[in-house]
Design a binder for this molecule. Structure first.
Ligand SMILES: NC(=O)C1=CN([C@@H]2O[C@H](COP(=O)(O)OP(=O)(O)OC[C@H]3O[C@@H](n4cnc5c(N)ncnc54)[C@H](O)[C@@H]3O)[C@@H](O)[C@H]2O)C=CC1
Ligand SMILES: CC(=O)C(=O)O
Ligand SMILES: [Mg+2]
Length: 612
């Protein structure tokens, strides 16, 4: 593929062109002054004529770069940064100055870059957000802005299709970080773009400042949030009511993902039927763990009726996962009561029972609270394991190392193939490491963790850990919701995302007993998840893009791929638009990329650019 540019094209570069229109057509953004820079224009691979029309000529070095060179340069710089947080900072700068390059690099190095952009490094980035702050990357809505949130939202310069919103009150397993939690919406939306091809300029990282219970933050002179203590639940509700209405008024059809709220059950209950929204920690996590669990059940050979699941952690993620697995057990033939009784939840006070003395149980725990314990209360996880004799051990507790060697050994004594999922993030909060899980269960366990662990050598074989992280499903849930224009995100759509994920493994991945597909195929996986989500929306009748109802699965897949932002093609689109505008139909220029050439679902890289 050639990138030669004709001199005749370049010679027309003196024509004055409606720059705003070029940008509007390209980005779908409103024709209006941009407050934030458009991070696409300063790409050193732009041809000289493109730079002239973008009015960036002279603002980048005169050479025309190739994608290969860019990639080499970026990876070399990245390698020279010593710590993960320094690498994170470099990648943030890249995303904010050359968004297409950032996503090209990401597409080619998904496995290596995901831990730097997302968990675990995003955890440290959030802990130090105010300390390291350099540039705007999202929208902040403060409690003080209530009554006119609409006006603040109107400051956002782009058209938005999806937002991830947090109040920072439970960032990963790191507690309440206040507005420093902004790193999470930024990171999750990067994954939306990288994994599901939602255009970066159509994403809105959103952080609401409702105060923080974190005194250390409030007393830190560098902290960039308000110093008020966390507002009350009632005040939060009123604020979120206004925010939901204002977001949807400005961008009708916007998909709103709630993330890392300390107690997200009331908002999910309140908004899920009225708005196109879902909660990633309850629903996305439930779905992703179900997706891997379906495969684990097959491998463990234990029938649903004989499964006994101990969950360390009974918060939004724990209860969300347990609910989703309950639905699976019911689909496998158990009654609701039988299915519910497969679970024993444990929180900071011990096993969750109806008659536990002390504080009354939070409402979200009641469904799984045991009433068959004959007054017996069990405190430690070790004792609960002895009491329940589980087949499954899930960790969503934020307690790093809680699955001790003794507990893991006991799981291996009790089961041929124990399911061990330490799902807390970041890595420091993981209930055990992959190495310990394998070592203490003598290689028997079926394993998935929330944050990535390296591949392990065990008895001469490479063992690859599963990553049970909602990043396998939320991009597809969001893209599905956008494409089918659903009025709400139904439980069947969430369930469908899990089922689709469980079927997305390639034969050699199944052969190797993997629970989740290779992360490098995440774009292809997201297409499968998106299709499942759209089909479920259609069954539930919540879709508004009726044209998608009668197309075949193959056509649907093609349509999804066609709608996905591709950082390789994107670059070509700008050049093509410019060529069309100057009326040049150069026979030596070609549209960017062939479909699916490199196995990551993104178009193949064009060859070396040669603009001279
Ligand atoms: N792998 C994934 O995709 C996801 C992982 N998570 C992780 O799950 C963890 C929990 O998240 P949420 O449920 O939203 O938090 P949460 O704050 O709602 O729940 C935490 C639960 O852990 C329990 N807990 C705390 N200390 C404990 C102790 N010493 N012993 C036993 N239980 C204890 C609490 O009582 C509570 O039930 C976090 O680390 C988060 O990063 C959350 C969502 C997705
Ligand atoms: C992965 C995620 O959503 C969490 O740890 O909160
Ligand atoms: Mg989360």
């Amino acid at each position: 593929m050639s990138h030669n540019r004709t001199t005749s094209t370049a010679s027309k570069s003196g024509n004055s062109l409606p720059l705003a229109n070029i940008k509007a057509a390209h980005h779908g953004a409103p024709v209006r002054p941009h407050v934030l820079p458009l991070p696409t224009d300063y790409d050193t691979t732009h041809t000289l004529e493109a730079r002239k029309y973008l009015k960036t000529y002279g603002l980048t070095p005169p050479g025309v770069d190739s994608f290969e060179n860019q990639s080499k340069r970026c990876l070399a710089i990245l390698a020279s940064r010593k710590t993960p947080i320094e690498k994170y900072q470099y990648l943030s700068v890249l995303r904010n100055t050359n968004v297409n390059l950032f996503y090209r690099l990401f597409a080619e190095n998904v496995k290596e870059l995901t831990p730097l952009i997302y968990t675990p490094t995003v955890g440290e980035a959030c802990q130090r957000w105010s300390e390291l702050y350099t540039q705007p990357e999202g929208l902040y809505l403060s409690y003080e802005d209530r009554g006119h949130l609409h006006n603040v939202i109107s400051n956002w310069p782009h058209d938005v299709e999806i937002t991830v919103v947090t109040d920072g009150s439970r960032i990963l397993g790191l507690g309440d970080l206040g507005i420093d939690g902004m790193g999470i919406p930024v990171g999750k939306l990067s994954l939306y773009t990288a994994c599901a091809g939602i255009h970066p300029l159509k994403t809105l990282p959103l952080c609401v400042d409702l105060g923080t219970s974190n005194e250390e933050k409030r007393n830190d002179p560098l902290y960039l949030g308000s110093r008020r203590p966390k507002v009350t639940a009632e005040e939060e509700k009123d604020f979120l009511d206004e925010m939901m209405a204002a977001l949807t008024e400005r961008w009708p059809g916007i998909v709103i993902q709630y993330e890392d709220f300390k107690n997200p059950f009331p908002s999910l209950e309140r908004y899920q039927e009225t708005y196109t929204m879902f909660n990633d920690d309850i629903q996305g996590t439930g779905a992703v763990i179900l997706g891997g669990f379906i495969n684990a059940v097959i491998q463990s050979g234990v029938a649903p009726a004989d499964q006994r699941a101990v969950f360390l952690g009974a918060g939004s993620a724990g209860v969300g996962v347990a609910k989703q697995l309950t639905e699976f057990f019911m689909k496998e033939g158990l009654s609701e009561d039988e299915a519910r009784k497969r679970f024993w939840l444990v929180d900071s006070q011990g096993m969750v029972t109806m008659d536990r003395p002390g504080r009354p149980l939070a409402e979200h725990k009641l469904y799984f609270a045991r009433d068959d314990n004959d007054g017996k209360q069990v405190q430690s996880l070790e004792d609960v394991v002895e009491y329940v004799k589980p087949t499954i051990l899930m960790g969503l507790s934020t307690i790093g190392g809680a699955f001790t060697p003794k507990i893991l050994e006991r799981m291996a004594e009790l089961n041929d193939r124990p399911v061990v999922f330490p799902l807390s993030n970041p890595s420091s909060k993981s209930e055990c490491t992959f190495e310990d899980a394998i070592k203490y269960t003598k290689g028997k366990c079926l394993f998935a963790s929330g944050s990535p662990f390296p591949t392990l050598q065990w008895e001469g074989k490479d063992l690859v850990p599963g990553q049970g992280n909602n990043m396998y499903v939320f991009p597809g849930i969001g893209l599905g919701a956008i494409l089918c224009k659903c009025v709400s995100v139904t439980q069947n759509m969430i369930y469908a995302s899990a089922e689709a994920l469980s079927t997305s493994l390639l034969p050699d991945e199944v052969e190797a007993n993997w629970l989740y597909p290779d992360i490098r195929r995440i774009r292809d996986v997201s297409v499968i998840v998106t299709r499942g989500v759209i089909r479920a929306a259609q069954k539930d009748g919540v879709d508004r893009e009726l044209a998608l109802r009668n197309i075949s699965d193959e056509d649907m897949e093609q349509y999804i791929r066609h709608r996905m932002y591709d950082p390789f093609k994107e670059h070509e689109k700008v050049d093509e638009e410019i060529r069309e505008l100057v009326g040049s139909k150069s026979p030596t220029t070609t549209a960017g990329a062939q479909a699916n050439g490199n196995g990551n679902g993104i178009a193949s890289r064009p060859g070396t650019a040669n603009g001279h």
